[in-house]
Design a protein around this ligand. Structure first.
Ligand SMILES: [Zn+2]
Length: 106
């Protein structure tokens, strides 16, 4: 059962991105919402590659320059990546450590 749910979640995320690229943000949001609902019901985790790929506020798929603005701010020992949803203005900041490559998980 879990593998079916996982497959559906994956398909829905893919569809959401397809729709968002086609400019249909409302449908894209719906797909994300359904994907999250299925994942919640089946108690499965959202695949890591999708975890940060949607807006937590309006559920729009986040596509750089289309629905997402990405800014990197340098700060002391590290830098900060600021993600902003261009549809609703939701902002999320991630710390990037200078000593380690990549984003800190959390
Ligand atoms: Zn949003």
């Amino acid at each position: 059962m879990k593998s079916i749910a996982r497959e559906r979640v994956e398909i829905l995320f893919n569809l959401a991105f397809e729709k968002a690229r086609a400019g249909d943000f409302d449908l894209a949001r719906r797909y994300i919402e359904i994907a999250l609902r299925i994942a919640g019901k089946a108690r499965i985790k959202i695949p890591r590659k999708y975890k940060r790929s949607y807006c937590r506020k309006c559920f729009a798929p986040l596509i750089p320059s289309l629905t997402l603005s990405v800014r990197i701010k340098s700060e002391g020992r590290g830098s900060r990546v600021v993600y902003r949803c261009l549809l609703c203005g939701w902002v999320r900041r991630y710390m990037v450590k200078a000593s380690k490559r990549g984003l800190r998980r959390g």
